[in-house]
Design a protein around this ligand. Structure first.
Ligand SMILES: Cc1cc2nc3c(=O)[nH]c(=O)nc-3n(C[C@H](O)[C@H](O)[C@H](O)COP(=O)(O)O)c2cc1C
Length: 333
C-alpha cells in the first residue's frame, strides 16, 4: 500500500488531495474523496463565514475523516479565515497571497496549514513559516497557475526547502498541475513529492457542481486544448494579474476571440468588461459550451470519463502502485 508522510500528517489513507477549487467543489465531492481515503478540500473563498460554518458542519455530519477548507489569501477576509479555523476542519488550505498572517493564525488555532506555491522560493518561505504540507503547483494545471512547469518545479522546491531548513524537520511536498492518473502520482513521487493534488480530474466527476456540458468537454479535450491566458482575468478579476497569476482555460470561442487582443480588452470601460463576464455566466447557465469559460488543466487530455470521485481516488492509487511495481525492472528492490 502506497503510504507517505502526507498520509501521516493528515491522517488519511492515500496521499491524494482534492484541490479546493472554489465553487467547483461542494460538500458531496469533499465527502466522496474523504470516504475513499483521500483528503477532500472545500473551496471557501466565495462563501460567507456562515456558509463556511454550515458547509463544514454538513461535511462533518457525513464523514468522520479529515478534510480541509481552502481560502485564496489575496481575496479572503479575516472573518472567513476565523470561520475556517473555528469549523470542525482539521486542515486550512491556502494559496495566492502573502501567507505569514494566515500561517500564524492557523498555528495559534492548532489547525494544520497547507499552502500552495508556484516557485521554489515560495516553497521555502512556506516551509519556514511552518506549513505542514507545501503544495507545489505547476503551469500545466487548471485554474490560476504560475509560469513554471511541474517537472522542474517539484525537484527545485524539494531542494529549496532542504536549503531553507538544513537541520529539518521539513514539510512534505504535494505536487499539483497536470496530474490526473496514477502515472502522474508515480512521477510526482520520483520527483521528490510525497503526494498529489488533483483539480481538473475531479471536475469530471459525478459529484462536481460543474455543468454536464463542461464535464463532457473536458473528457473530449486533448492535452493541447487549453490556453494560458490573461483574458479571463481582465474580464472577471484583474487583481489576479497583479499577483502574478494567469488562468488556464479550455480553448472555447469565448476565450479565443480575445486571445491576441488582450490590450484592447484591458482598455475597455469596466461596464463593457462586466457585460462580457455576464455573457459568459449566461452561457454557463444555459449550457452553451462555446460561449463559456471553463478553467481546466492540460491533463484534460488524460480524462475520458465522468466517474464517481471515490472511483477516481481508487483508480489513481491502484495505477500508481502498478506503475511503481513495473518500474522495478529498471533496477532497485
Ligand atoms: C476550476 C478551478 C478552480 C480552482 N480554484 C482554486 C481555488 O479557489 N483555490 C485553490 O487553492 N486552487 C484552486 N484551483 C487550483 C487547484 O487547486 C489545483 O492547483 C489545480 O487544479 C491543479 O492542476 P490540475 O487542474 O491539472 O489538476 C482551481 C482549479 C480549477 C480547475
Amino acid at each position: 500500500m502506497l503510504r507517505t508522510r502526507v498520509c501521516e500528517v493528515f491522517g488519511i489513507e492515500h496521499p491524494l488531495v482534492l484541490g479546493g477549487m472554489g465553487s467547483a467543489t461542494n460538500v458531496d465531492l469533499v465527502v466522496a474523496v474523504c470516504e475513499a481515503g483521500g483528503l477532500g478540500i472545500l473551496g471557501a473563498t466565495g462563501l460567507s463565514p456562515e456558509q463556511i460554518r454550515e458547509s463544514a458542519e454538513q461535511i462533518r455530519g457525513r464523514t468522520t475523516r479529515p478534510f480541509g477548507l481552502n481560502l485564496l489569501i489575496a481575496f479572503a477576509t479575516g472573518e472567513q479565515l476565523e470561520a475556517c479555523l473555528a469549523a470542525p476542519a482539521p486542515v486550512l488550505s491556502t494559496a495566492w497571497g502573502e501567507p505569514a498572517a494566515f500561517a500564524r493564525r492557523a498555528r495559534e488555532a492548532g489547525v494544520a496549514w497547507m499552502h500552495m506555491v508556484q516557485t521554489a522560493a515560495q516553497a521555502a518561505e512556506a516551509a519556514r513559516l511552518g506549513a505542514a504540507v507545501v503544495v507545489v503547483q505547476g503551469h500545466e494545471g487548471g485554474g490560476h497557475v504560475g509560469h513554471v512547469s511541474t517537472l522542474p518545479l517539484v525537484p527545485a522546491a524539494v531542494d529549496a526547502i532542504a536549503a531553507a531548513l538544513p537541520d529539518g524537520p521539513r514539510p512534505p511536498i504535494v505536487a499539483a498541475g497536470g496530474i490526473a492518473d496514477g502515472r502522474g502520482l508515480a512521477a510526482a513521487l520520483a520527483l521528490g513529492a510525497e503526494g498529489v493534488l488533483l483539480g481538473t480530474r475531479f471536475l469530471a466527476t459525478d459529484e462536481a457542481p460543474v455543468p454536464e456540458v463542461a464535464k463532457r468537454a473536458i473528457c473530449a479535450a486533448s492535452e493541447a486544448d487549453t490556453v494560458f491566458t490573461t483574458v479571463v482575468d481582465h474580464v472577471q478579476r484583474p487583481q489576479w494579474l497583479e499577483i502574478g497569476a494567469h488562468s488556464r482555460a479550455l480553448r472555447t470561442r469565448a476565450v479565443l476571440e480575445w486571445v491576441g487582443r488582450e490590450e484592447e480588452l484591458r482598455r475597455l470601460p469596466e461596464e463593457d468588461r462586466r457585460a462580457i463576464g455576464a455573457r459568459w455566466a449566461q452561457a454557463r447557465a444555459g449550457d452553451r459550451l462555446d460561449d463559456m469559460v471553463i478553467l481546466t488543466g492540460e491533463d484534460s487530455g488524460l480524462i475520458h470519463d465522468v466517474l464517481p470521485a471515490g472511483e477516481v481516488v481508487r483508480r489513481v492509487v491502484a495505477e500508481a502502485e502498478a506503475v511503481l511495481t513495473g518500474l522495478r525492472r529498471y533496477g532497485g528492490a
